[in-house]
Write a protein that binds this ligand. Structure first.
Ligand SMILES: *Cc1c(COP(=O)(O)O)cnc(C)c1O
Length: 346
């Protein structure tokens, strides 16, 4: 079975398991776990941030960020397809009483002109404009990369407006590898940045929230509030360190394998349309232009044929490449997709 459901399905390799087994650990809630501390320092350094905090999930890093940046009644501006808005149960509302203001992007990207009129006046009728959240690479947007110039211009505008800026960089390292722009250059436009270690990087668990030293106490306090303070977390941090040391450059392979799928869809499959039309990283989303073939049914057929994918809407399918997918797997998956396309076309 070629499992393209997500880049989260990966299993830790021998080396990663060994690193976990021998990790130095302590009680990171009472005081310090040494391996977790080393992970946090490593990621802070990579992102050019003053501090970083290890948490169980990307959802938690994002929601802790929203919480520490906002007061109840504050407004957060974000792209309408973003993870924070769509896939975290509206935690910003449930947990922090924050109001979302969504902006429709074009290929998940919006410009200063699209948001320039959204800042609320400072009066008693209005909520307070407080936070801008961007996502890079953009998951629901098909793994597209917001270009650095776009991120810079939108963030600089936000800064001038007095907005705090948070990056959901669950797959930031995919953007780093695809563009050659280093992580700290992306991160410096933001007050806080979250990254996932359990996506393409291949660790079993964990995300990091990085930011200024002045927010360290608030991060730790709210991580505890949300139930994310962990004891001998060095076992997990060791896996994350292994992932950072070994699995960043190879993300380029995932991107190349996504291109194999994308090319097959483009060149062979008249009834499938890449959506968005370009593939920038390791996510391929395509629309099935056949009303009698809903995505769910197609995914069932594909699974029977040996390719496991997820329906992403009624008519969209998502395929994600990752460290267990070799070039021959991508080629084989592309072949199966093309055959299935032909079979349902008649
Ligand atoms: C996966 C993901 C998250 C959340 O990570 P979890 O660890 O699954 O909670 C946040 N943002 C984006 C863009 C993601 O793809």
């Amino acid at each position: 079975m070629i499992d393209l459901r997500s880049d989260t399905v990966t299993q830790p390799c021998e080396g990663m398991r060994r690193a976990m087994a021998v990790a130095d650990v302590g009680d990171d809630v009472i005081d310090v776990d040494p391996t977790t501390a080393r992970l946090q320092e490593t990621v802070a350094e990579m992102l050019g941030m003053e501090c970083a905090m290890f948490m169980p999930s990307g959802t938690m890093t994002n929601q802790v960020a929203v919480r520490i940046h906002c007061q109840p009644g504050d407004e957060m501006i974000c792209e309408e397809g973003c993870h924070i808005y769509n896939y975290e149960q509206g935690g910003f509302a449930q947990l922090s009483a924050v109001i979302p203001r969504t902006v429709r992007g074009r290929t998940s990207q919006f410009e200063v002109d699209d948001v320039a009129d959204l800042i609320r006046p400072d009066n008693e009728h209005a909520v307070r404009s407080r936070l801008l959240c961007l996502e890079n690479t953009h998951n629901r947007g098909g793994g597209v990369i917001l270009p650095l110039e776009n991120v810079q211009s939108v963030c600089q505008w936000a800064k001038q407006q007095g907005l705090i800026r948070h990056l959901d960089g669950a797959r930031l390292f995919n953007a780093v590898v695809a563009t050659g722009v280093p992580a700290d250059q992306w991160a410096k436009e933001f007050d806080t940045v979250s990254i996932c270690l359990s996506k393409g990087l291949g660790a079993p668990v964990g995300s990091i929230l990085a930011g200024p030293r002045s927010l360290q106490k608030a991060m730790r306090r709210n991580r505890k509030l949300f139930g994310g303070a962990m004891r001998q977390s060095g076992i997990l941090a060791a896996a994350a360190l292994f992932a950072l040391e070994n699995n960043i450059p190879r993300l380029a392979d995932d991107h190349q394998h996504a291109q194999i799928l994308a090319q097959a869809i483009k060149s062979h499959c008249d009834n499938f349309a890449l959506d968005p039309g370009r593939v920038d990283s390791n996510i391929v989303i395509f629309k099935i232009d056949k009303p009698n073939m809903p995505a769910e049914q197609f995914c069932k057929l594909a699974k029977e044929a040996g390719v496991w994918m997820l329906p992403f809407s009624r008519c969209h399918v998502r395929a994600v490449t990752h460290l267990h997918i070799r070039e021959e797997d991508a080629t084989q998956a592309a072949k199966i997709l093309c055959e299935l396309h032909d079979k349902i076309a008649v």
